[in-house]
Design a binder for this molecule. Structure first.
Ligand code: ATP
Ligand code: MG
Length: 355
């Protein structure tokens, strides 16, 4: 047996394809061309086989050529209108202020721990003060933009936000959306703000950019609240430098005081170097569930530790408070009679009393 005999034995005989078989393929292909209804078929039909079918050894190669087609008009996806979204007004459309504004108090709401109720407090305390006749500005200073969407503003509709104030020299009035709720204006945030944390590093006066912006509004508002992000980065430092006072929300849970010491150290550092008048305005117990002994223990411990700094009012854990942002409404409008609304109204009164 010769060296190549086994090879020859294994080697398949080339299939003999009769001319008739080849010819039979053509009409099948042509039928495919005509079926263009579904998306799948459109893809297939764009690979139109050439009329030549080449028989090459074992394979039948159908020569294909890509035919450029006019793109099918995209089926219009209906925009889901969120009824919660409010029209975006400009500062020039702001309703007239009917009372004399004294000293503006700038308060940062901050705790670098996430999910403790900073934004819920920022929205609802600001709105409650607005309903009590105060002029209030809420600065959303968190790239998550939860205060912005929670007040019913569609972030996709915003051209400029607080990022542009910080880094593009845009005057803060140009980004303020007036009257998002009674007596309440909003300086919104979008995801662009996430870039600020890095871009500020090389910026001149990087710690005091927010201070300069909100400082220009003194005399126009009774209260300016700054909803800070859950970190101790440059954005939060800006929040510390811009503020006269701080509100620190603490969630009534086991790790409640985790990180608060670090936050107070940061506050002290900023106070010594950049903002001598900075102080704690109040510590707020949030998501209090009186049915659990843990919540009671935590509130007792926090009060023992911080004394009078802790607000009398505690914010209860309620479903209405957690669902209000999806309606784009503060709790005083979403569930005016509920205990969430009454607790934030009580807190607002305490804030006014503290002066
Ligand atoms: P982040 O650090 O991410 O900015 P945060 O400190 O601003 O968070 P929130 O966004 O206010 O915290 O609250 C975190 C979650 O807890 C949200 O889903 C919010 O709806 C819910 N929540 C806040 N306060 C309450 C409350 N009193 N009762 C029930 N749910 C609450
Ligand atoms: Mg938040």
């Amino acid at each position: 047996m010769g060296l190549f005999d086994s090879f020859r034995r294994d080697k398949k005989e080339p299939p003999t394809i009769k001319q008739t078989e080849v010819e039979e393929k053509k009409p099948q292909v042509q039928i495919k061309e005509e079926v263009v209804d579904s998306a799948e078929n459109q893809t297939k039909s764009s690979l139109q086989p050439d009329s030549d079918v080449i028989v090459d050894g074992e394979m039948v190669i159908e020569k294909v050529e890509v035919v450029e087609r006019e793109p099918e008009p995209e089926e219009a996806v209906p925009e889901i209108e969120n009824p919660a979204f409010k029209p975006i007004k400009t500062y020039s459309e702001k309703l007239p202020v009917t009372h004399v504004i004294g000293q503006t108090k700038i308060i940062s709401i901050l705790n670098q721990k996430g999910g403790v109720g900073k934004t819920t407090t920022a929205i609802n305390l600001a709105a409650a003060l607005g309903e009590l006749g105060k002029q209030v500005l809420l600065v959303d200073f968190d790239p998550q933009g939860n205060a912005t969407s929670g007040l019913g503003i569609d972030k996709r509709e915003i051209d400029q936000c607080i990022y542009d104030v910080l880094l593009n020299d845009v005057p803060i009035q140009d980004v303020i959306i007036p009257d998002v709720s009674e007596g309440l204006d909003l300086a919104p945030a979008t995801l662009n703000l996430a870039g600020a944390e890095i871009e500020l590093v090389s910026a001149i006066a990087r710690e005091s950019r927010l201070k300069d912006a909100v400082g220009s509004l003194r005399g126009r508002y009774d209260y300016i609240f700054i909803d800070c992000p859950p970190s101790l980065g440059l954005l939060t430092i800006n929040g510390l430098v811009a503020a006269d006072k701080l509100i620190i929300p603490i969630q009534c849970e086991f790790y409640a005081l985790d990180g608060v010491t670090k936050l107070l150290i940061s506050m002290k550092a900023v106070k010594e170097r950049l903002n001598p008048s900075l102080d704690v305005f109040g510590i707020l117990l949030t998501m209090y569930d009186g049915r659990t002994t843990l919540a009671k223990q935590v509130s007792r411990e926090v009060r023992n530790h911080f004394g009078d700094q802790v607000f009398e009012t505690m914010i209860p854990r309620t479903v209405k408070l957690s669902e209000a942002p999806s309606f784009g409404l503060p709790i005083t409008q979403h569930d005016p009679e509920g205990k969430g609304a009454s607790s934030y109204i009580n807190l607002a009164k305490e804030v006014i009393e503290r002066g």
